[in-house]
Write a new protein. Sequence first.
Length: 259
Amino acid sequence: MNEPHGLLLQPIRPLLHLGRAALHFVFPPACPLCQADVDHSEVQPVSARLCGKCLSEVSKPRGNRCRRCGLPVGPYVRSDEGCPKCRSHKFRFQQVIRFGLYDDALRQACIRAKATTQFPLAAALANLLWLSEQLDLQAANVDVIAPVPCHWTRRVMRPHHAAETISRVLAKRLKKPLHRSLLCKKRLTTDQSDLPAAQRRLNLKDAFAVPWHSRSPTGKTVLLVDDILTTGTTANECTRTLLNAGAKQVIVAVISVVP
């Protein structure tokens, strides 16, 4: 019964090998972080993998973390309503799902993943987030995935947007729709990293919107994706905008959280 199927595949196999060879030429099977050779069984620009050395450097023991903000907590701390570090913050999002902390090798990887040509690295980090936090991501039972947007002027200057690349990988893994334009940033703001924590909320006040032509988030659980969570101000403002537009709740997923 399988023989005809095998016969049909025979003329296709050379084309598959040719296509894979062409893809290897454009996207060499190398670690996107250190460029060492990596044995990919199937190399695609959205499924790049780190080499063993880089993987061991960016990965640390999972440890206990606050469900609400993603920061490390002690083994006996209940954090469903937040930990001592975030309990005083009025976060509107329900949960933070993250891969690691923004320090050492992971910090350098996140910084490099922002560069224009580094979408394979951003995708590789997204895969690590999925492999590490698959159970939590699935348990969140989200309806739609949306990246934290950047202003259109910055998108013109830097076509690669790390949050969008990470969103694309997670949408593929979760088999959920990716709505790139669910949110837009309607006002150009000062980079948050250049501001003290007290000014960050004012800097982003009313900076985000759900465009009139976008699909409605009404009644949906949204997975809001970014590369780094610093103070939570950006994610909080995006969440406020989504909730005001009718979203049921917002879960935040990031590669790293700043300790």
